[in-house]
Design a protein around this ligand. Structure first.
Ligand code: NAD
Length: 327
């Protein structure tokens, strides 16, 4: 039935302007205090936000608690005692269990509450959660990040947000406490943040494998590694990976254990799944995923996300190393 009975007053009354979530108005709940979550919560606290935190490892919260954060035993308790709940969890399976499982966020969250998932996950999980709470006024956003654990520690993450613009505006001070204000982007409706994040990772992992192949082949063919890299930088084949990111291996033998290869494999699998679900054939992405899985099998789940370079170093029997400038 059309609501023709609505009075003139009801029609013209403006929607109440929703207050922004600031340290003065909001307590933040945070679940998942690992490599990323530990830096993000530290920066929320430094910006003045009161925190209620949870993880399966209580010891991960020790420093936050000594700085005034409150511990909650369950995700439901986090949601019941805060204005916004943020999750930063390993995989979609963890996200779904913490959001919608027994003792989860939805059990404790009051109607009208807000949940922001900053994990690298897939639209499906958040879609199911949104459908299950239809009518309760619960706001859901996906806001995954780039910038590695270093960016999380420095409060300089790049953040890609999917959801309603009004919710993004309300949450801006919360995002700015964790991210680089110039790189906090509202990228579209629900799920768009997850999609953008997965595509960025896919391209970066593809750059890594391509660079490892090229550097190893050139070196094995007798070219000096740094001569080859400088030639690539000066050429149309240059990339940010060749110019900057590969240097952590070349200069320091650092394969970035701040992001475990098990999680990189998870992201690559999600990215290939996303392509399949929208009907795009992605042969290259699938191959990169398999190379990553091979490196994970050989070097272990906790090896760094750049460990696939080792596959090539092992194949040529040489580590790819150059001296840092000034050494
Ligand atoms: P991590 O494994 O270091 O941390 C995850 C945390 O979640 C751990 O502390 C774990 O104990 C906790 N946890 C797991 N299950 C839980 C549950 N049921 N309830 C409460 N806590 C639980 O992972 P991370 O590196 O911090 O990554 C988190 C997310 O961010 C992942 O989705 C990852 O893909 C993404 N990400 C990571 C990086 C990076 O460089 N590490 C960069 C960008 C995005």
């Amino acid at each position: 039935m059309r609501n023709d009975a609505m009075t003139a007053t009801e029609v013209t009354t403006p929607m109440p302007v929703q207050e922004q979530f600031t340290p003065a108005t909001a307590t933040i709940g945070f679940i998942g205090l690992g490599n990323m979550g530990s830096g993000m919560t530290k920066n929320l606290q430094a910006s003045g936000f009161k925190l209620v935190v949870n993880d399966v490892r209580k010891d991960a919260a020790a420093a936050l608690i000594s700085n005034g954060a409150r511990w909650a035993d369950t995700a439901a308790e986090v949601a019941a005692t805060t204005d916004v709940v943020i999750t930063m969890l390993p995989t979609p399976k963890h996200v779904e269990a913490v959001a919608a499982g027994p003792g989860g966020i939805l059990e404790g969250m009051p109607d009208g509450g807000t949940w922001v998932d900053m994990s690298t996950s897939v639209p499906d999980v958040a879609n199911r959660v949104r459908e299950s709470v239809a009518g309760r006024g619960i706001r859901v956003l996906d806001a995954p990040v780039s910038g590695m654990s270093v960016g999380a520690a420095k409060g300089m993450l790049q953040i890609f947000i999917g959801g309603d613009a009004s919710d993004v505006d309300r949450l801006r001070p919360v995002f700015e406490a964790m991210g680089d204000p110039e790189r906090i982007q509202h990228v579209g409706s629900h799920g768009a943040g997850y999609a953008v994040k997965l595509m960025i990772n896919q391209l970066w992992f593809s750059h890594l494998v391509a660079t490892a192949e090229v550097l190893s082949t050139g070196v094995k063919a007798g070219v000096d590694l740094e001569v080859l890299r400088q030639a690539l930088i000066a050429s149309p084949a240059n990339s940010n990976f060749v110019q900057n990111d590969v240097l952590s291996i070349l200069h320091h033998g650092d394969y970035d254990e701040g992001f475990a290869i098990a999680l990189a494999c998870k992201d690559l699998g999600l990215s290939v799944d996303l392509a399949r679900s929208v009907g795009v054939p992605v042969e290259l992405s699938s191959l990169v995923e398999q190379l990553y899985r091979r490196a994970k099998a050989l070097y272990g789940d906790r090896a760094g996300e750049m460990t696939p370079v080792k596959l090539y170093e092992d194949a040529i029997g040489t580590q790819l190393r150059t001296a840092a400038e000034g050494n």
